[in-house]
Design a protein around this ligand. Structure first.
Ligand code: PEP
Ligand code: MG
Length: 761
């Protein structure tokens, strides 16, 4: 059964459109279950009815014609209960609703299961037979499993159905909406530019080209190079390989023949597709066919075809690498995963928005985007990236949605928001040089988080009083190798010098989790709980020491450096980390440098650290709370997983209690306690943290003016009252509303646009 299931899902996945997918589903299931009928009903939001979309066994003319309201028929009952119904004779069931067009009166046995995706009932899958009998447990289990697996595919086909790439724009649905997760606030209206990682065939976008000859020659060139490479390898291995293994190379060459893959690719190019897109289409369709084969040997050939395709693509991309890409002035970058290197590729004045297929609101890509002030949507898993290149899109970074082919209504709605945003930033500019102080005189120091080179100038411009977190891994992520001590020293100096005498807190390398170095891959089943942060660098003192030496050297003569250790979960890690910093310092003094030993601090990012914060505080000079990770680990919600993004509550009562506990406990040891997670950059969160007693709030520079405006707009008493009210609540949604309400009541409503809920539908 598992094998049948796998094959059906694969075949459905390969279908061109929703209708194709549904027809495969009904045909295959009817055959696999040996029933007389299999049908799919899907919900149509316009009519609010369940429409018969495909059938094998009922009258085919009823497809698209017959529909049932949610209260009609056994289908309606299934929807109502959200569970399967298995009947010996449906015709005698009280809910039975006879629809003449279907011709179903001859069928008695009935089994229907709901198709549910992310809690939404998309439709119902039904099998029927003429005999009077209950479907057995095995059959029911099969249909339930089938439906659960197909739900995602159907949901995806439904949303992507609105996008079309041909020249026939009449087929393109207006305002096709794709849901994701809010990444960085703001709105962008522009052109989608898809960036595919090198040699990733599946990520290549479709693109029309009128230079058919150019595309053909580009393809042929690359193809010839791959053929040559294969011949060279075959020759060099000729002595060592047996006859049949040697023959494999001939098979590869034949696959690339003009009568095989190459010919097909050329055909697609002739239809107007650019060469990489044509290659992707042809390779994918062959891979899918091979993967569906019963014979394991033939199934394996899918890997060979994919590999050949990748090689041809890599050669095409290499050839293109020398030609600089030209980006439109309104570039909205779309990628499977946004990396710092990609951000650097697009000139900043042309980049107006970011869309990432993977990741979530607290992924590091989103954090970087917020620091750059670029509206971003993350985790738009259903976005057909290969078909959206060059299209006009609107990105709503508040609600986490992307619209393709926007209508004039939609466009003017978002134009208005853009105008309001401009007004707000103008208003905030006015308080740039004013202090961060409450109405009753409480001073709340606002520092910044940095990572990108451009952050420093922006932060100073926005009145930052120090750097509370410099994410040193960011410059590491842009490189091809670990940067040398000298290279690091130079880039650290660029953070320290402009800020002197203000404090700059440098965090030691925090890789792992969603922060990968291309030259130091860490592949783990469960990276968030794995080898990350201090765990990596203590295992590699050579990397740690070079980094700390570079930081110390960069601070010579400035003395504004602090060093901070990430992801600490026990006191031994602190002792070891501090000992290594001391060692690096002693070495440099021996070498004749005059460097004052910096303050050393630790981050509280895991629950174990929160509960033991007093013991930690006794060993260091300051504590900084990383609320992004602390929230992730307290709630057991992966901060990079869009599927659970709705459960990632920064204002969860447990998180708030932990934050309050940490600051109160650490203060008993008289150390400074700051917070550098994203919550500090949220106006409401900042007020709560201020009321809890945090000494410093560190945030991305984009949010600093908003937070300053919030601090300046309240009294300490108001903030304390808010905290008291909030701590009495047990529901994170209610806490969120309470905070928004308080900001509105204090005249700070303009600072919180968390969602654009009244956009045209
Ligand atoms: C945090 O975890 O809150 C933090 C500031 O560190 P990062 O987001 O880089 O993991
Ligand atoms: Mg962290």
């Amino acid at each position: 059964m598992l094998d049948i299931l796998r094959k059906i899902v694969q075949e459905v996945n390969a279908a061109k459109d929703l209708d194709g997918a549904l027809n495969i589903i009904v045909r295959r299931i009817q055959r696999a279950m040996k029933t007389q009928v299999c049908s799919v009903y899907l919900f149509d939001p316009k009519t609010e009815h369940y429409v018969l979309m495909a059938t094998e066994g009922l009258n085919p003319n009823a497809v698209g014609e017959v529909s049932l309201s949610p209260s009609e028929g056994v289908v309606g009952k299934i929807v109502d209960r959200a569970e399967p119904i298995n009947l010996e004779d449906a015709t005698v069931h009280p809910s039975y609703h006879y629809v003449m067009e279907t011709g179903e009166e001859q069928f008695h046995a009935f089994l229907g299961v709901p198709i549910i995706h992310q809690r939404k009932i998309l439709g119902v899958l039904v099998v029927q037979q003429t005999t009077r009998r209950r479907f057995d447990e095995g059959e029911e289990a099969f249909l339930v499993t089938m439906s659960a697996q197909l739900a995602g595919v159907i949901a995806h086909a439904e949303v992507t159905g609105g996008i079309n790439v041909g020249s026939d724009t009449s087929k393109v649905r207006n305002d096709a909406k794709f849901d994701g997760v809010a990444g960085a606030p703001g709105v962008a209206i522009g052109t989608a530019i898809v960036i595919a990682p090198p040699a990733d065939l599946d990520a290549v976008p479709d693109q029309l080209s009128d230079n058919i000859e150019g595309e053909l020659s580009h393809f042929r060139h690359a193809l010839e190079k791959v053929r040559n490479d294969i011949r060279v390898v075959a020759r060099s291995l000729a002595q060592r390989l047996k006859g049949e293994d040697q023959a494999l190379f001939d098979v590869y060459l034949r696959m690339l023949d003009d009568n095989a893959l190459a010919g097909e690719v050329e055909e697609v190019i002739h239809q107007g597709q650019w060469a990489p897109g044509a290659l992707r289409q042809v390779v994918q369709s062959h891979v899918q066919q091979f993967e569906m084969m019963d014979d394991p040997y033939l199934r394996e050939r899918a890997t060979d075809i994919r590999d050949l395709g990748r090689r041809v693509l890599a050669n095409m991309q290499q050839e293109c690498a020398s030609t600089p890409v030209s980006y439109p002035d309104d570039t909205i970058l779309v990628a499977e995963e946004i990396t710092p290197a990609m951000l650097g590729e697009v000139p900043t004045d042309k980049l107006i928005g970011l869309v990432s297929i993977l990741g979530s609101g607290n992924s590091h890509a989103a954090i970087l985007a917020r620091s750059m002030g670029i509206p971003t949507v993350m985790g738009v898993v259903d976005l057909p990236a290969t078909r959206i290149h060059g299209k006009h899109i609107i990105l709503d970074g508040y609600s986490g949605r992307v619209f393709a082919n926007p209508s004039t209504d939609m466009r003017s709605f978002y134009d208005d928001i853009l105008r309001e945003e401009q007004q707000l930033s103008k208003g905030l500019e006015a308080i740039r040089d004013l202090p961060s102080v409450t109405e009753d005189g409480h001073v709340m120091p606002l520092w910044v988080n940095t990572g990108l080179a451009t952050d420093v100038a922006l932060s100073l411009d926005r009145g930052a009083e120090g750097i509370g977190l410099y994410r040193t891994e960011v410059p590491f992520m842009i490189k091809q190798f670990f940067p040398s001590e000298m290279e690091q020293q130079i880039s650290y100096r660029k953070q320290l010098e402009p800020f002197a005498p203000r404090v700059v807190t440098m965090r030691t390398l925090d890789i792992g989790g969603d922060k990968a170095l291309p030259y130091f891959p860490i592949e783990e089943e469960n990276p968030s709980l794995g080898w990350r942060g201090i765990r990596v660098t203590l295992d590699h003192p050579e990397i740690f020491l070079v980094q700390v030496r570079a930081m110390l050297l960069a601070s010579e003569g400035l003395d504004n450096l602090r060093i901070m250790l990430p992801m600490v979960s026990n006191v031994m890690e602190i002792d070891e980390g501090v000992a290594l910093v001391n060692q690096a310092h002693a070495e440099l003094i021996d070498e004749g440098h005059e460097i004052i030993k910096p303050d050393i601090g630790v981050m509280v990012e895991v629950p174990a650290a929160a509960f033991q914060v007093r013991a930690f505080a006794r060993r260091v000079d300051f504590i900084s709370v990383g609320s992004n990770d602390l929230t992730q680990y307290m709630l057991a919600v992966d901060r990079n997983n869009p599927r659970v993004a709705g459960l990632y509550y920064s204002y969860h009562p447990s998180v708030l209690q932990a934050l309050q506990f940490v600051v109160s406990e650490a203060h008993k040891e008289h150390v400074q306690v700051s917070i550098c997670g994203e919550m500090a950059g949220d106006p409401g969160g900042a007020l709560l943290l201020m009321a809890m007693g945090y000494d410093v709030l560190s945030m991305n520079s984009t949010n600093l003016p908003r937070v300053k405006s919030a601090v300046r707009g309240v009294t300490t008493k108001q903030a304390a009252q808010l905290l008291e009210d909030v701590l009495q609540k047990d529901n994170p949604e209610e806490i969120k509303s309470l905070i928004a309400e308080m900001l509105h009541d204090s005249g700070l409503g303009r600072l919180v646009r968390s969602t654009v809920s009244n956009a045209p539908r």
